[in-house]
Design a protein. Structure first.
Length: 388
């Protein structure tokens, strides 16, 4: 599989007299920073289907999506050739929809979430299904929006041993138009706390219960690799690789205890023993928020200030709400890449990982300890820059 790590490669050369010489090389594969790459689906004939099969009853499915389409869009599904299938989609009205079909026409379906997900913004979508109680939960951006216990017939003995499809529905008739990243399929019911804790960060592919994990972080080829040891790799049919704008880091914190209708959001995250960023809400209302940290250099150091970007860490923010804004305080004095001249230190910002340039921020406060920017609404990733 395609993932970060190290491997030792031994090269042995044998001469004409039978003498041998062996040399070992240590190969290090570095993970893509932040959300890396994603897959862009253009509608029509684009899909990714696996040559392997999954086997599950109780399960959870999650993904990051970005779309503006007003037609039915399949996000993640299983093949329908056996008469039983599952699919998570964007409905024609722009809401999250989930359908589970058992043999004999037993169906459980729901498409009534309250949050639109076809508004051109990034959304984390997930559902969980508990087989014994036949309970279906639908989540948008970590918020449980629907709990559904029964519809149509009971799914007696429901189980799936089918191929996975990404970017299309189970029958390959409703194709996704937009971007998909970070798809995960589990053999258990994820709690709200687990969904929230992991949605804005990468996870270990060896995590228990993880059946398939797609980061989409290669930038070419016709295979979408499953990073688990289950090898549920996908064959790509037409979809393209592009840099992702999903809000994903290496670690994250979240706040879902914001008082209803307020901006009472507070988040803080520190790079190991050094600099940190604090976020507080300033305008809203704000429902919830995430602050994530990427523990490596960004995919670009291009900026509008001819500044040097040497820092091997940066932060990102994902807010859930309406017309939300936030204040950012960067405690930068412990960053070893700072300048000893206070006036040269600056904060670079961009909307997301897909933007290939950082913008120097006009700060509200700057001294030898902190840099502050208030009422931010259009920039969500931040890094230390040193201006000449």
């Amino acid at each position: 599989t395609y993932q970060e790590g190290t491997a030792t490669i031994d090269v042995t050369v044998t001469d004409a007299d039978g003498g041998e010489y062996t040399r070992s090389f240590l190969l290090t594969i570095i993970d893509m920073p932040g959300s890396g790459y994603m897959m862009n689906f253009g509608g029509g004939s684009y899909s990714a289907t696996t040559t392997q099969t999954l086997n599950f009853t109780t399960h959870s499915v999650e993904a990051w999506i970005n779309t503006t389409d007003n037609a039915w869009n399949g996000i993640v599904a299983t093949d329908d050739s056996s008469g039983k299938w599952s699919q998570m989609s964007v409905s024609s009205t722009g809401y999250l929809a989930v359908q589970l079909m058992n043999t004999g026409g037993q169906e459980k379906a729901y498409s009534g979430t309250t949050s639109l997900i076809n508004d051109g913004n990034w959304h984390h979508v997930a559902y969980t299904f508990e087989s014994a109680s036949e309970t279906l939960n639908l989540y948008v951006d970590g918020v449980l929006e629907v709990t559904f216990v029964s519809n149509n017939q009971a799914l007696t003995g429901f189980s799936l041993t089918e191929k996975i499809k990404i970017g299309v529905d189970s029958s390959e008739s409703s194709y996704f138009s937009g971007n998909i990243d970070e798809v995960r399929i589990w053999d258990s019911v994820l709690s709200a706390a687990t969904i929230r804790g992991n949605m804005c960060q990468k996870i270990d592919p060896s995590t228990g219960g993880l059946l398939a994990y797609y980061r989409f972080d290669q930038d070419n080829g016709t295979t979408l690799y499953d990073l688990t040891s289950n090898n549920n790799d996908c064959e790509i049919d037409g979809a393209g690789w592009v840099e992702s704008g999903a809000p994903i880091g290496d670690e994250s914190v979240s706040d879902y205890d914001v008082a209803n209708g307020t901006t009472d959001l507070s988040l803080s995250l520190q790079y190991t023993g050094e600099d940190s960023i604090d976020i507080v809400g300033s305008s809203g209302p704000i429902t919830a928020g995430h602050l994530y940290l990427v523990n490596q250099a960004p995919n670009t150091t291009t900026n509008d200030a001819a500044a040097t970007i040497s820092s091997n860490r940066y932060w990102g923010v994902f807010l859930i709400g309406d017309s939300e804004q936030f204040n950012m305080t960067y405690f930068y004095s412990s960053n070893p890449y700072k300048s000893s001249t206070i006036s040269k230190n600056a904060v670079g910002a961009r909307t997301n990982n897909s933007i290939n340039s950082w913008t120097n921020q006009a700060l509200d406060t700057k001294n030898g300890i902190i840099m502050q920017k208030f009422n931010i609404s259009d920039k969500f990733e931040f890094i230390l820059m040193v201006i000449p």
